[in-house]
Write a protein that binds this ligand. Structure first.
Ligand code: ARG
Length: 457
């Protein structure tokens, strides 16, 4: 770190090494996630600079081409893991500028004309997020697909439906699994809201107040594949952190939904229930109790849901009292949303695996039906014979001892309206999920094409 003073860096850093280390924080590692997107932002910015109608161009079209080729090389190095960000660089933005200057000389020194790192990081985060949100949505839909598959496999196997955790009414394994699947898949809506926010271009804000140069902001919007430009440059700079918080809110909600799935699976696989069985290799033992096969993996889903909620709270706490304009606090939004994405995506993948490996003991599921589970159905049979509902209800409630064993399969078959035990449309789920996955693939491809086009000289 001593060399912070001896080596000339992009901003000619004379900052005290301890202060530098504290302010740089984990950026040299975290920013590696932004590196490709940073090159993309620079390629678009330089292209736009070369198209500005000026007497003396900032960069010529031929120079812009050289920069794009050099950026293409840097992207290859990033993809091979050969790119590093030094503490002296502070962040990815200055690391890329350092490389371009080393490789292109004076031309490298021109690329930062008319922009700031605030501009750059805002663009990088949004591009990174767009890609990551689509991938998270894919993983969300894959988990929903595993649950639909699980539901279809065990179909109308009767399952005691519960309210207050007490036996309530006849349900089925299919209803349980596809109910969770649908709730999980619908979380895409929140992720899509975060995506729409991330899909706005802040570039051209510079330090937050614009620059006296004829920047063509709509050009970079087009080159980078954003849906539109954030019109007000001050607003564009203030929007940093807001899409991170929106994404964390969507992730926190998704994790809460996943945690409820985990909780059901923990309960249903307890020896006292034993409806479900987790594969032995997915359970962890105890160092003292030889008989133990614990669902630690599912317990950790609950704890991770709490952590993502904490990250969301941290992001809003960080933002709510911050004055307008860039403040370095914003840097800390970066690890919050990256950590949130990481936890959520790992959880989605692990749950898909656990669901696929879980088996159902159909006999135990059927044997769990007590006479009370049929009470509402009995009352409704009285209604079918002409008794007013409230009288039928009291008849049954006053003589619960008269309830007897009934066939759970018949009860499951008796409910046929949309979405109930015998009215679940597996084909509908399959086609909805497949269609949603297809649309995600299309958008991921568009983003990839946009990236490749920018590095083509
Ligand atoms: N690493 C910084 C961040 O994430 C980049 C922007 C620095 N801007 C500044 N004005 N110091 O916020």
């Amino acid at each position: 770190m001593k060399n912070a003073k001896t080596k000339k860096t992009i901003t000619d850093n004379t900052v005290d090494p301890d202060i530098l280390a504290y302010t740089v924080g984990d950026d040299p590692v975290l920013d590696l996630n932004l590196a490709v997107w940073d090159c993309m932002g620079t390629a678009a910015h330089v292209t736009m600079l070369s198209e500005m109608k000026l007497k003396t161009p900032v960069v010529t079209k031929a120079e812009a081409k050289k920069v794009r080729t050099a950026l293409g090389e840097i992207v290859k190095e990033i993809e091979k893991g050969e790119f590093t960000i030094l503490v002296d660089d502070q962040d990815v933005h200055m690391a890329v500028e350092r490389l371009l200057t080393e490789r292109l000389g004076d031309l490298g020194k021109k690329i930062h004309t008319g922009r700031s790192r605030n501009d750059q990081v805002a663009v990088d985060v949004r591009l990174h997020m767009k890609d990551a949100i689509l991938r998270t949505e894919e993983e969300t839909l894959s988990l929903a697909q595993s649950l639909v598959k699980f539901g279809a496999k065990y179909g109308r196997t009767p399952l005691v439906g519960r309210t207050h955790l007490q036996p309530a009414m006849p349900s089925s394994v299919e209803m349980w699994a596809t109910g969770h699947a649908e709730m999980i898949a619908d979380q895409i809506e929140n992720l899509e809201a975060a995506y729409r926010l991330a899909d706005l271009n802040p570039l051209g804000s510079a330090a937050g107040y614009g620059v006296p140069l004829p920047l063509d902001r709509s050009r970079t919007t087009k080159l980078l594949g954003f849906s539109r430009t954030i019109h007000n440059v001050f607003g564009a700079s203030m929007a940093r952190g807001e899409c991170e918080a929106a994404l964390l809110s969507a992730l926190a909600q998704l994790m809460a939904v996943l945690s409820r799935l985990a909780e059901d699976m923990i309960i249903f696989s307890m020896p006292e229930f034993a409806y479900f069985k987790l594969p032995r290799e997915y359970c962890t033992g105890s160092s003292i109790m030889p008989q133990k096969f614990n669902p630690d993996v599912l317990e950790l889903v609950r704890s991770k849901a709490a952590q993502v909620l904490g990250l969301q709270t941290a992001s809003l706490s960080l933002l709510h009292a911050m004055p307008g304009g860039y403040n370095r606090d914003l840097q800390d939004c970066k690890w919050l949303y990256m950590k949130g994405l990481d936890i959520t995506r790992t959880t989605l993948r692990i749950l898909a695996k656990v669901v696929a490996g879980t088996t159902v003991d159909k006999d135990i599921c059927r044997a769990a039906f007590t006479p009370g589970v049929f009470a509402t159905d009995v009352a409704l049979r009285k209604v079918a014979e002409g008794t007013p509902w409230r009288d039928a209800y009291h008849d049954v409630r006053d003589h619960l001892e008269r309830l007897g064993d009934e066939d759970p399969d018949t009860a499951v078959a008796a409910k046929t309206h949309e979405g109930t035990t015998s009215g679940i449309n597996i084909a509908l789920y399959k086609s909805r999920l497949a269609e949603a996955l297809k649309s995600l693939k299309t958008r991921l491809n568009t983003l990839e094409k946009c990236k490749r086009a920018l590095f083509k000289a």
